[in-house]
Write a protein that binds this ligand. Structure first.
Ligand SMILES: O=C(O)CCC(=O)C(=O)O
Length: 275
């Protein structure tokens, strides 16, 4: 079971910083040993699926549906304590995809605002990005523009750049001043929180290790898809009084065939919803 290190920051101070800057970090959520155990479980699963690109893609998009260890992560007490200080006690997990940059890779993430693309009706959303390996300037950690969450969604363009980890190379179409940005450096087991309107990006990985992070998107159950669809989400805390989404069951084992089938169906729906 994952343990929670003594919190270096109180929920109140996290909420205050988040309100002002649109992000809060670093938040100590896992011990280094627990972060290593999650990474080992992920990498064992990646090795099992190495010859199957489609299943490997599903694993990296839905680790919480295919590995009980990642299902436990999205329900981790330390994370929930931080996120509930912002969104309140009732929390759904809209997605929990991995962002992986291989060692010595030119993969970047261009400046963007997350809520541009998901077709959700509101902005009651917080991403908790948990580092499973060092996220540093050298390994391509995220960069945030403090206060930019107070801007509504600005125009974005699709660049389709090969080196971009985002599916269409989506990028903010207005100038972002790099001088305004701050680095989001995290040690394994630490996390950051960021707002869905925050301008953020990340650079290449020049190190000899993979840079691995899990981006857990928490939303209030009052949120809904503009399209009226009810994608599959996890109920991580509290109650869902709204029923705007379908609630996923926790995985009862690793890489189960029935869970893979559900993820495949869900991926098709999410492709349709993605703006
Ligand atoms: O992992 C990264 O470099 C970028 C992640 C990101 O854009 C996000 O979590 O919203």
């Amino acid at each position: 079971m994952m343990t929670t290190p003594a919190p270096a920051r109180t929920p109140a101070s996290i909420a205050e910083t988040y309100e002002r800057d649109g992000f809060a970090l670093p938040i100590d959520v896992l011990t280094e040993g627990d972060a290593r155990a999650l990474r080992d479980d992920l990498e064992a699963a990646e090795a099992e699926l190495a010859d199957d690109a489609e299943r490997l893609g599903l694993l990296r998009t839905y680790p919480d549906r295919l590995l009980p260890s990642f299902d436990a992560l999205i329900r981790h007490r330390g994370i929930l304590r931080a996120v509930t200080s912002i969104l309140g006690p009732d929390l759904l997990v809209y997605s929990a995809a991995l962002f992986i940059k291989p060692a010595r890779s030119d993969k970047i993430v261009s400046w963007h605002q997350d809520l541009t693309y998901w077709g959700l009706d509101d902005a009651e959303e917080v991403t908790c990005w948990v580092a499973l390996s060092p996220a540093t300037r050298e390994s391509g950690c995220m960069r945030f523009v403090p206060g930019s969450h107070k801007t509504r969604i600005v125009p974005h363009v699709d660049t389709y750049a090969d080196d971009n980890l985002l599916s269409r190379g989506q990028e903010i179409a207005v100038a972002v001043d790099e001088a305004d940005a701050v680095l989001c450096e995290l040690q394994p087991g630490q996390a950051s929180l960021h707002h869905g309107h925050l301008f953020h990006a990340s650079g290449p990985n020049t190190t000899e290790d993979r840079r691995i992070g899990v981006a857990i998107r928490y939303i209030r159950p009052s949120m809904k898809q503009d399209s009226g669809d009810r994608p599959l989400v996890a109920l991580a805390s509290g109650v869902d009084r709204f029923r705007h989404f379908s609630i996923a069951a926790s995985p009862q084992g690793r890489l189960l065939e029935r869970d893979i089938k559900i993820c495949r169906q869900e991926a098709a729906l999410r492709r349709k919803l993605f703006l």
